[in-house]
Design a protein around this ligand. Structure first.
Ligand SMILES: [Zn+2]
Ligand SMILES: [Zn+2]
Length: 418
């Protein structure tokens, strides 16, 4: 696994969680690009080829993994490519994408490298291990589509490489992998979406990262800032980060790069990843029903509200994102109570059962039954605005100037060669 704060001198191997215990998956179907190119390793035995086994099913049996095709049961099963290049791949069926968000769905995806299967809490875990650059070829085209201009793909690749190697969050260390495959970390849906252009975009930036004060930048990013990026400390706990500031995302004539003025809603569908709903990412409205908020407070905050009286933003960041939101409500006894939501994540999670696009919204009480939220942007808004970066690439900015804008004061550096 990656070591926090260490700058690697050679290309590292990284470990990505593909199936997590929370997915509650008890059976996985697997297929191969060529079964002869894979070995299967159980705790006790190595099968030198998966020959004549185009498809395998791994199932839980008495707390272990069972493959009927091999008549084998083992606590761990590894599927390992026997040749180290980018030809052989493994396909997993029925994986979860968009965990917990409004766009959650099941997908089939194919992966280079090795996949380790194990069991935790009576659920299957799958971990993919592969060289970082192979992983990055898949990330830029999972976050957005391979149709994006190459300067955007290069910027996205450097941001993804930097964020991963800075390795600040380590949300999944206890499960034995560096990052997961989803929006919680960064989106990784395998190699199927890569193209010659996207692969070249990664190869052209090999080993390049953003550096600030001799450390790799914790290069956060989100889908659309809505007009201005947000400061790090307004979204996460901890000290301010000198290169994650609130910066207007506009050109010389005042047009917002992440707006339909530069990236039209129609053209966006060609460039955005295929998991996302094609929503109004720049300006949106959401009708929040009393009943929805009442049940959300009960389910997520264990509070019994009878009537929602007011939604009061108490602290707002420079991008317009609400950081502290007070909800006033009447309880069963008719008494006025209040609850304070203290992060953009909590606000987005509690105000919508399908997770609100962003916390940058104004509130109008429509009627006794509902509130109207008039919002902008999509995501936390810190660091690179992906749709803004796309707009900049359309406006002929190269990847270095895109990155300089979103991470002021940082420098590009190549930390390893092929
Ligand atoms: Zn994660
Ligand atoms: Zn933007």
């Amino acid at each position: 696994m990656l070591i926090p704060r260490e700058i690697p001198k050679i290309e590292p191997l990284i470990r990505i969680g593909l199936i997590l215990p929370q997915d509650k998956i008890e059976s996985v179907q697997v297929s191969f690009s060529d079964p002869q190119c894979f070995e299967l390793e159980t705790e006790k035995k190595l099968y030198p080829s998966c020959n004549n086994q185009d498809e395998l099913t791994l199932q839980l049996r008495k707390g272990e993994l069972h493959i009927s095709q091999f008549n084998v049961t083992s606590p761990t099963i590894n599927i390992i490519p026997s040749i180290q290049d980018e030809e052989p791949y493994i396909t997993l069926f029925g994986m979860i994408a968009g965990r917990g968000f409004h766009w959650q769905k099941r997908i089939t995806a194919s992966f280079w490298g090795k996949i380790e299967f194990s069991v935790m809490d009576h659920k299957i875990i799958a971990i993919n291990e592969l060289p970082l650059e192979q992983y990055l070829k898949c990330v830029a085209t999972s976050e957005m589509s391979a149709q994006c201009p190459s300067e955007f793909l290069k910027a996205q690749t450097i941001v993804s490489r930097s964020w991963l190697l800075a390795n600040i969050e380590q949300k999944h260390k206890h499960l034995g992998f560096d990052i997961c495959n989803d929006d919680c970390c960064q989106r990784y849906q395998g190699m199927a979406n890569t193209t010659d252009v996207s692969i070249t975009s990664t190869n052209d930036t090999l080993g390049q990262v953003l550096i600030f004060n001799d450390q790799i930048c914790d290069a956060r990013y989100s889908k659309s800032c809505g007009g201005s990026t947000e400061k790090y400390e307004n979204v996460w706990e901890g000290d301010p980060v000198p290169y994650l500031l609130s910066i207007p995302d506009v050109n010389e004539s005042g047009a917002v790069y992440c707006s339909p003025e530069i990236v039209s809603e129609d053209s966006l569908k060609f460039y955005i990843g295929d998991v996302d709903e094609k929503g109004k990412y720049f300006r949106w409205t959401y009708k929040l029903a009393q009943s929805e908020l009442v049940s959300s407070l009960k389910e997520k905050c264990e509070l019994t509200a009878v009537n929602i009286l007011e939604l009061n933003p108490l602290k707002t960041g420079d991008s317009g994102r609400i950081i502290d939101l007070e909800i006033k409500y009447s309880d069963k006894a008719g008494k006025t109570q209040s609850v304070l939501l203290q992060s953009e994540y909590e606000i987005r999670n509690i105000l919508s059962s399908s997770f609100l696009y962003s916390s940058a919204f104004t509130i109008a009480k429509e009627s006794d039954d509902s509130f109207q939220l008039n919002g902008k942007g999509w995501g936390h808004g810190v660091g690179m605005c992906q749709i803004g970066a796309l707009g900049r690439a359309f406006s002929n900015h190269d990847y270095a100037s895109i990155l300089k804008h979103y991470y002021p004061g940082s420098e590009l550096k190549t930390i390893y060669q092929s």
